[in-house]
Design a protein around this ligand. Sequence first.
Ligand code: CP
Length: 311
Amino acid sequence: MQLSVKHLLGIRELTPQDIQLILDTAKEFKEVLQRPIKKVPSLRDVTIVNLFFENSTRTRISFELAEKRLSADTINFTAGSSSVKKGESLLDTVNNILSMKVDMVVMRHSATGAPHFLAQHIPAAIINAGDGINEHPTQGLLDAFSMVEKFGTLEGLKVAIIGDIMHSRVAMSNMYLLKKMGAEVTLAGPPTLIPKYVQEAFDVRVEYNLKKALEWCDVANVLRIQLERQNQVLFSTLREYNLSYGINKNILDNLNKEIVVMHPGPINRGVELDSDVADSKQSIILQQVENGVAVRMAALYLLSGNKPVTS
Ligand code: CP
C-alpha cells in the first residue's frame, strides 16, 4: 500500500487509510527498535536534510535518529548558524541544498504554511516538523500511536486536549487525526485560548471547567502555554493559570476513574502540569517520545517510495 500524498504537510491532507498505514508501519518499526541491532537498510542511498528554522529538542533528535535507523544519509541545518542570517531566502536556501543531491526535506518553521509553499516549488518530498500555529503532523501521529498502544483503538476513545489550543499546532493535528479515526474530542482551557470557530469546524466539544473535562475523558493531552506566540494578554498570570487549569495529583486522585496523561513537551512544570503528575505512572509522556522514532521512521519510509521494508 502507498500513501495518497507525496508530502506529509499535515494530518488535514491524509485519509483515514493513510493514517492507519502510517500507524501500522510504525508498529513494525517499533519492533525493529526492540532488536539488539536497531538498524535496517530501507533508506540506504537516500539523503535527507533536517531544516530547523525554529528550536526543537524532541522532534529534531527523533527525526535524526529515525533517519539513522533507516540507514539514510542525514544533514542537519540550523537557521541560526546559516546564510539565512545574511538574508538568503527560504527557497534559495532549499534549492542550494537540493542541488547537492538531497532527496527529502524535514522542515520546522515558525511561519504557518512554509512547508506548503516549499512543496509547490521543489521536487523533493517534504515532511512538516511543525509550521507556526498550523500543524505538527508527526506529533499527532505519535500521540495517536501511543493512544492505540494504551487503549487498542481510537474508535470511541474520549480525548481531552487541555490548555493553549489557540497557538497549538499539536492541538490542530490531534483534532484532525482523532476526528478522522472516530475518537471523541473535548477542548478544555480558558475561553481566551480556545478559538470560537473550532467547535463547529472540527465537531468537538468545548469545556471551560477542567474538572468536568477530566471526569469525561479517558486521556488528557495537556498543552504548554506558548508565551512566545502570544502578543496580547490572554490570561492574568501563570500562577492563576495553574490554579484554574494546572493538573496535579490531588485533582487526578479525586476523579471517578484513572485517566492517562499525555504531553507533547516541552513541559512547563508547575504551570500546566505539576511534577507529581508528569512523573507519575498515569503519565505516558516518555513513551510518546519513544514512539516518535518509530512513527517518523514510518513516515520517512512511506514517503521515500517503495523499497524493501524492515529486513
Ligand atoms: N513536541 C515537540 O515538538 O517538541 P520539540 O519542540 O522539542 O521538538
